[in-house]
Design a protein around this ligand. Structure first.
Ligand code: ADP
Ligand code: MG
Length: 246
């Protein structure tokens, strides 16, 4: 996989939020973007998936193909997965039904086809095991009355079943206890280790998750721009010194 953002700018309600983002993620690279609140990190993730709220300039290229004119679901079908900072409640939809839909759509199966169901169940069992979740979890409505940690694990379950090529995690580590952080990191590392074709973008405020999922590249975003890039050592500098110095 390869993802390129070339001079990406985004506006919402006439406010300039992204002011020229350049980022290149190659196969098997793990990039982290850190940065103060309001710097445009979540906006960048939404722009990659084509949230129509944003007016976008510049190029978004995935595996050599421009994403700009594609709808969100077309982008997702290409293998781009976004885990939301604040996952929405989907009324009346159980996690199990959503997972089945994800599994079938992504692999191009007809929903009435019973043949893939067994393999789907096996994948779900494996995913539950990685995340240390009980099977009853599948019967819950998506994100209904879930704790912060459970919501993030639900996102990770969807990610595992989706089988992504490009994973984007928006503050997946915020508010997680040590065990949940471990489970979430295990899910990401599982995909990274078992897939030949994969790239990862982690948006985070903290070094914590980066101790579990080791980034190959770290960037600092400030006021809609990437102001500094480096290797994993940059995350330690941010942790120690804050964003002020940078
Ligand atoms: P971060 O994730 O880095 O904290 P965001 O991308 O959420 O930052 O937001 C960056 C800035 O853009 C903030 O000032 C936010 O209020 C503004 N913003 C984001 N989305 C919208 C929108 N849809 N409409 C208006 N302003 C927005
Ligand atoms: Mg954000």
């Amino acid at each position: 996989m390869e993802f390129n953002a070339i001079d990406v700018r985004a506006k919402a309600e006439n406010k300039e939020i992204l002011k020229g983002i350049n980022l290149s993620i190659k196969n098997k690279e793990i990039h982290a973007i850190m940065g103060p609140n309001g710097s445009g990190k979540s906006t960048f993730t939404q722009v990659i998936l084509g949230n129509p709220v944003y007016e976008v300039e510049g190029e978004l290229i995935f595996n050599g193909e421009a994403l700009n004119e594609l709808s969100t679901d077309e982008r997702a079908r290409k293998g781009i997965f976004l885990s939301f900072q604040i996952p929405p409640y989907l009324e009346g939809i159980t996690l199990k039904n959503l997972l089945k839909k994800i599994y079938y759509l992504r692999r191009g199966y007809d929903e009435r086809d019973l043949k893939p169901y067994k393999e789907f169940r096996r994948e779900v069992e494996k995913a539950l095991e990685i995340l240390k979740l009980p099977p009853e979890f599948l019967e819950r409505e998506v994100n209904k009355d879930l704790s912060g940690g459970e919501k993030k694990k639900s996102e990770m379950l969807q990610m595992l079943i989706f089988d992504p090529e490009f994973i984007i995690l928006d503050e997946v580590d915020s508010g997680l206890d040590v065990d949940s952080l471990k489970a979430v990191s295990d899910a990401v590392n599982h995909l990274y280790q078992t897939k030949d074709n994969i790239g990862i973008l982690i948006i985070t405020h903290y070094n914590r998750i980066l101790n579990h999922v080791k980034p190959t590249h770290v960037h600092v975003m400030k006021d809609g721009k990437i102001v500094k890039s480096g290797g994993s050592e940059l995350a330690n500098i941010v942790e120690k010194e804050g964003y002020g110095q940078i």
